[in-house]
Design a protein. Structure first.
Length: 454
């Protein structure tokens, strides 16, 4: 991804990448809401195809809403309204301390909003309490996204992924009065918290989504993100009725050189020496784990392979799964299906699901067949920290910097130089030999050329 020493706020001012508390907290919260909205929109509309629009500042007075289609039916190309889920999202930036059970209960019960509005003679009608919304609408789920952590009493309610809601068997503390055990259990599994989602993490995830699913050139990622921030800001101000559609999202992507279906990066792909082995392993054993250090082209190689399977006849549909249980269910569904897991053990450190993936994947791999295949990418250091056994190790194939010859690195460089123009293009040509003499990884080449175009 392109380097940056800071990112622009929704108003165009530069904000530091640190999580400090300097400046007006209300501006920081506004910027945070915008970037969370972009991340969610990219995940549910572009990456997973679960919705066609996100409503920003909806009538419920929460921060965003979306109607989600059932992911299993989406992957099979089936459409139905009977399983749709109303996703209600509340986004909270906080610069003080981790969320306590009491503070979160105040949000769910509407006490926080009531305290803020106390004494105001006029204004909009009070917002409906999130917990009351869940009671009134059995199709609704409530997702709380914050940059802060959680105290221990709330950890049972953490989402392990954006839409992977836990089943804690109860409501959060301080919300349990006057309800039966069955009611509390049913409501509890419709409440999820995504915590410690920092601004730095958001930018990284947004760039990955634009790269992998929008095919936005590396040198255009920052510009595309700024355009999307502007689009969300306008809808926060009431334009377009607050609705941000898939068509709007794709227009931003296309304006910045990307496309949902265009494979510009695939056209630029230079296969590493191990690519044929990866392809053969997926064909013969139906499962492969692509490992290696950061920046060696693991994700691009896997994306190219997935696109190739999607174009063959019969075509493999990519099945989105959130955890090992969903992966197991996918193996019983009609194929051909490709279960493509990107960094399941974590992208920078082992995730809370890492141990479960390590224990479950060997058995899942044994169930794979000609119509159900597993394609997985992971950094080798993260993979090793998850303590895989020999069974998992046997499915790994590495992409190392040494898998690219000098001629291949030069071809990667020249392919990306073709996307530059003007002074950036001239600089890239002038420094070509020096750069190729120093860098060994595809990502380093892309990062250098992206920096020239800033």
């Amino acid at each position: 991804m392109p380097p940056s020493s800071g990112t622009k706020s929704a108003g165009g001012t530069l904000r530091p990448e640190s999580g400090g508390t300097a400046g007006n907290p209300s501006y920081a919260a506004y910027d945070y809401q915008i970037d969370v909205t972009i991340w969610i929109a990219l995940e549910i509309m572009l990456a997973k195809g679960l919705s066609n629009e996100v409503e920003i500042e909806p009538p419920s007075h929460e921060d965003a809403e979306a109607t989600l289609k059932d992911p299993n039916l989406v992957s099979l190309g089936v459409s139905t309204a009977t399983r749709d889920t109303r996703l209600i999202m509340q986004i909270k930036s906080r610069t003080t301390s981790p969320w306590t059970s009491k503070a979160f209960a105040d949000v769910l019960l509407g006490k926080e909003a009531a305290t803020k509005s106390k004494g105001k003679a006029r204004g909009p009608a009070p917002r409906v309490r999130p917990l009351d919304m869940l009671v009134a609408d059995p199709t609704a789920k409530y997702l709380f996204i914050t940059n802060e952590g959680l105290e221990s009493g709330l950890r049972l309610h953490q989402n392990i992924a954006l839409l992977s809601f836990p089943d804690p068997g109860d409501l959060p503390p301080y919300c349990r009065n006057a309800r039966t055990a069955a009611e509390k259990a049913a409501l509890g599994k419709r409440i999820g918290i995504c915590d410690t989602i920092t601004m730095e993490m958001l930018e990284s995830r947004i760039f990955k989504l634009l790269d992998r699913h929008g095919n936005v050139p590396p040198q255009k990622l920052l510009k595309c993100l700024e355009d999307m921030r502007d689009a969300v800001r306008k809808r926060l101000g009431g334009e377009h009725g607050g609705r941000w559609t898939m068509a709007n999202l794709l227009a931003n992507i296309i304006d910045n050189g990307g496309s949902r279906l265009a494979h510009r990066r695939h056209d630029q792909f230079v296969p590493p020496r191990s690519f044929l082995s990866i392809e053969q392993a997926l064909r013969d054993t139906h499962a492969v784990i692509i490992v290696g250090p950061s920046g060696t082209g693991k994700s691009l190689a896997a994306d190219v392979l997935a696109a190739k399977l999607a174009r063959q006849s019969p075509a493999f549909l990519e099945r989105p799964v959130l955890d090992a249980g969903e992966a197991n269910s996918a193996l019983t569904d009609p194929g051909p299906l490709l279960i493509y897991l990107r960094d399941p053990w974590g992208d920078s450190a082992p995730s809370i699901e890492a141990a479960r993936w390590t224990s479950k994947l060997p058995g899942l791999f044994r169930m794979a067949d000609n119509a159900h295949k597993f394609l997985i990418t992971t950094r080798y250091d993260i993979f090793k920290r998850s303590e895989p056994g020999e069974a998992l190790e046997s499915y790994t194939i590495a992409i190392e910097p040494e898998d690219y010859t000098a001629d291949q690195r030069a071809l990667i460089y020249d392919n990306h130089v073709g996307d530059l123009s003007g002074h950036a293009h001239a600089l890239a040509l002038a420094h070509r030999d020096v750069v190729l003499g120093r860098v060994r990884r595809p990502y380093e080449i892309e990062r250098f050329l992206a920096a020239l175009d800033l």
